[in-house]
Ligand binder design. Structure first.
Ligand code: ZN
Length: 526
């Protein structure tokens, strides 16, 4: 049995495959012919919407609108209460950033409605395409919002879709990316956009009509359709009604994932050569090809937003969040305790405009670098708090940990992550960083050793601002370079000292501060 027949059979077995179902990876394409039914519902709404507003009203919707805030209910589905298979919040924040970028030229701003909703549902986790799963997704919907279900759908993991019957979007976890191509495409379906090739689902036009004109009518019964013709106007054109109903999306007969550029050999019913637009997000060109909606598609989106009667709602936080943060407690390199308590507090400097923070705490390797595979905590801190009471269950006294923060609000999720800050778990009540031995407050390294260039690159890490000096001595104890009374800011500093006057050999560099001294051997070898 070839894979196309198998797919068709699966469609017959699972009646609820009547959603617009796609595979957006470049491998193992699945194109379910029944999705044409879902497309019919989508198209019916597109055509209804065209009756709602006159030309002037439509122009105003497109040209005069200010920013439109659209609430997303994000249902993050896992297979059990421990969160098996759920989508990492980092992935969600990254795709929201990409999604907003994709819709930015339409003045559309998606935002997180309240908070990300964690859903434990074994049906949706196992197979989001089942009838039972569809019923759950309908029942979980939050009215007046766009409902996005994120699921690993482990036994049916090949696709994402918009269900016009349920009016929700199911996004397969592995298809979520910072570029948000799948996400932008499915939301396009939500707003009445069909595929540019609508009608051709499950048909391999290149195999069936290679080098020929396609017929005027294809298929029979419910699936019969008239292919979109190539001319955009005149008596031979039907672009306003056929396929996706748009005249600025070229005729496209490719319903399988295709790389770009693609060069059709079949022609339209009147013998015109096809030149589909591989950059259109509603085509099935590969994700690296698709970059945009057409003008008519954008108009249809604006009209559907108006038709859905959504008020322009006010998210909690509309200003951009761009800043990083620095630790308040524990300061970098300090102790954190006592871990005999059930929680210890991690606190950071608030970031302007942030109403939420995403926090990660990891273990470290024995040599001190952060080990992201040892997860102590990952999650969103809601409520605007610039602190989190970290459970001490997984902390071991004397072990080092690294944490970092990404600040965001409901609309703005594009800020970067802070650097990792290290702390050491302690059984004792912790003291301030200045009371720690200098090795726990500062690091002093030569970035390149032996040194072959005309300067020595020193790296100084300071847990808090400190005044200090760097002096270099020959092996005979003679001071050869000095750099005195400098302020080392909290964090990492690179200091370059000239080596012009130094002969090849071994030297000792000493960093001295009021809190103690650190030293490094330096080899000059030019
Ligand atoms: Zn689609």
């Amino acid at each position: 049995m070839n894979s196309k027949k198998l797919v068709l059979l699966l469609c017959l077995i699972f009646p609820y495959f009547s959603h617009a179902q796609h595979n957006h990876s470049q491998h193992n394409p699945v194109n379910c012919s029944v999705s044409k039914e879902a497309g019919a519902l989508i198209k019916a709404r597109l055509m209804q919407n065209r009756q709602l507003f006159d030309t002037k009203e439509v122009e105003d919707l497109v040209n005069k609108r200010t920013i439109t805030y659209l609430p997303l209910s994000i249902h993050n589905v896992s297979g059990d209460a421990s969160g098996t298979g759920k989508t990492p919040e980092a992935t969600i924040l990254a795709f929201l950033c990409g999604l907003n970028a994709f819709y930015a030229d339409q003045n559309i701003q998606f935002y997180i409605h309240n908070s990300i909703i964690n859903r434990v549902n074994t049906y949706i986790y196992n197979n989001a395409g089942s009838n039972t799963s569809a019923n759950y997704m309908v029942s979980y919907k939050v009215a007046g919002t766009i409902n996005l279900y994120l699921s690993a759908s482990i036994n049916n993991a090949g696709s994402s879709w918009y269900s016009p019957q349920g009016d929700y979007i199911m996004l397969q976890k592995n298809m979520l990316t910072a570029a948000a191509k799948t996400e932008s495409h499915e939301i396009g379906h939500f707003f009445t956009l069909n595929h540019t090739f609508y009608g051709w689902e499950g048909i391999d036009a290149e195999a069936d009509y290679s080098g020929q004109n396609v017929p005027n009518n294809i298929g029979s019964g419910w699936s019969a359709f008239t292919p979109e013709k190539v001319p955009r106007s005149g008596s031979q054109s039907n672009c306003n009604q056929a396929a996706d109903g748009f005249c600025d999306t070229e005729a496209d007969y490719y319903s399988a994932r295709t790389n770009c550029p693609y060069n059709p050999t079949m022609k339209d019913p009147n013998g015109y050569s096809l030149d589909p637009d591989e950059s259109n997000i509603m085509s099935y060109a590969s994700d690296n090809c698709v970059t945009q909606f057409s003008t008519e598609q954008k108009t249809a989106i604006a009209v559907d937003i108006a038709a859905r009667n959504w008020v322009n709602s006010s998210p909690n936080g509309t200003a951009d969040v761009t800043g990083l943060t620095t630790p308040v407690s524990p300061l970098a390199g300090a102790l954190l305790g006592p871990i005999t308590n059930s929680t210890v507090r991690i606190e950071w400097d608030p970031v302007p405009n942030a109403t939420m923070y995403y926090l990660e705490v990891f273990g470290t390797y024995f040599f001190g670098a952060v080990n992201t595979s040892t997860v102590i905590f990952k999650g969103v801190v809601y409520g605007g708090n610039a602190f989190y009471n970290l459970p001490t269950t997984d902390l071991v006294s004397g072990a080092k940990y690294g944490w970092r923060i990404k600040a965001f609000n409901a609309t703005s999720t594009c800020a970067g992550y802070s650097p990792y800050y290290l702390f050491e778990a302690s059984g004792a009540v912790t003291t301030s960083v200045e009371d720690l031995p200098i090795e726990k407050q500062m690091q002093f390294e030569v970035k390149e050793n032996p040194v072959s260039s005309s300067f020595i690159p020193f790296s100084v890490y300071a847990a808090t601002d400190v005044i200090g000096s760097i002096r270099m001595y020959s092996m005979e104890g003679k001071e050869v370079v000095s750099f005195t009374k400098q302020e080392f800011k909290q964090g990492q500093s690179i200091i370059q000292l000239p080596t012009d006057n130094l002969t090849n050999g071994v030297y000792v560099a000493v960093l001295s501060t009021s809190r103690g001294t650190l030293q490094q051997k330096v080899v000059i070898s030019r």
